[in-house]
Design a protein around this ligand. Sequence first.
Ligand code: COA
Length: 420
Amino acid sequence: MKKESGDKNVSRYFTCNGVNATHIRFVYSVDDVAQRDLPSYKPTHCHQVYNSDETIFGYRSLSVDIYYNALTMNCLLDIRYLKKVKEDAHTKADNIEKMLSPWLPKGYTKDKKKFVTKMQKQNSKLLGVVRESFRKNIAGRGRCDFKITEIDTNDPDFRDLHQRFQSVIVWYIDAASFIDLSDPKWLIFYLYEYRNREYYPVGFCTIYQFYKHPGKIRARISQFLILPSHQRAGLGTRLLKAVYRTFWERQNIADITVEDPSLGFQRMRDIVDCNLLCELYQFSNLYVLKHTFCRNTAESAENRYKICFQQCRRIYEILNLCYAGNRPKFLTEWCRRVKQRLKWPYERDMRVFKRKNFGFYHKSLLNQRPLYAKPSEVIDKQFKKYLDEIFPIVLKLEKMNGGEVVKYPSVVRRIWTRML
Ligand SMILES: CC(C)(COP(=O)(O)OP(=O)(O)OC[C@H]1O[C@@H](n2cnc3c(N)ncnc32)[C@H](O)[C@@H]1OP(=O)(O)O)[C@@H](O)C(=O)NCCC(=O)NCCS
């Protein structure tokens, strides 16, 4: 949007943070629309919707309220502000509705009465084949009923609903994009909550299936969303496990991967996978502490749980750190193994580099790694980031190891630094 104000103070005064200005609400009944204390949620991302630095220019005390009808995902938009910048040839306020409209469900309205009238006429339908039904405690609401369904993407009712439901991802998944439902390679699972004799969609998972040599299919989880109103209640875990179970039964699926997982998703996935794999002998305390990870180890997990190679290796390392407990000997061995893994690409590049100098270098391998940066510095950075990522999981798994896990990352870091 045009933002050509010469006056820096005016610019600052009329610039709002998009995340703070946006309030997302889920409406279950007509009364909810008027309710002042209806829970509202901030988006985690809005750079795709507003300006790339997540700001909105031209308004003071801006509030962008987006009400999603929890049953149909129809939408009400309410934009309010205290003051708007004085527009002239150089200064132009952002057109908020224009920014929002590509990302809101089709047919959204700014008319509260219209939204409410539509709500009174609505009814719900459970779409897809039920794969799982369960009850779960939700904070403040007690035991609630849920169903997970596998969807037929050709169902026109579903296409209609999903077109609206998937619009929510723009607020919660970085670099979100909508999927093309006419492509038959998409598989979709929905999580429904049964409430007030209606089925409310509260989460979904989309999976893309493509060929994996030889003669099999790879399932790649693409989008995974639990509505903010239902997060951190164990529902994502249930949905992920239901997806896994479905694929375990299908002979043609080779493995399950995830496209660009968010930090929260990766943590949830690590916990699920650790709990699954620790049951296998190759991932047990006895085995892991004695052996380094190898292809055979991964195969045992791939065959049983269809967890892909990279993720198997990550889980092996997390369990290894967990099993090492507070014993310096095992913690040192863990650091050595991780160092070996992190060093490998640099050593490979070095070999290629040396080969190049003897005239056997292949062009396609050029510049794959920062050959001239100091590998030990890069590895050190990677290790610290990795440790910060996996440490909370190790703490979560401490019960698995009888409460005997290393409690502070600083202990591991000290061993690592001595080793470098
Ligand atoms: C990530 C997401 C799918 C997790 O679903 P969920 O139902 O909240 O997850 P669960 O309650 O089953 O979480 C299980 C454990 O995973 C970890 N976890 C889940 N979400 C997390 C987050 N955002 N940050 C850190 N850890 C998280 C926690 O350890 C959690 O256990 P705890 O709540 O006892 O601490 C959900 O938060 C979501 O939809 N987020 C926004 C969209 C997104 O990031 N999607 C993934 C794109 S690939």
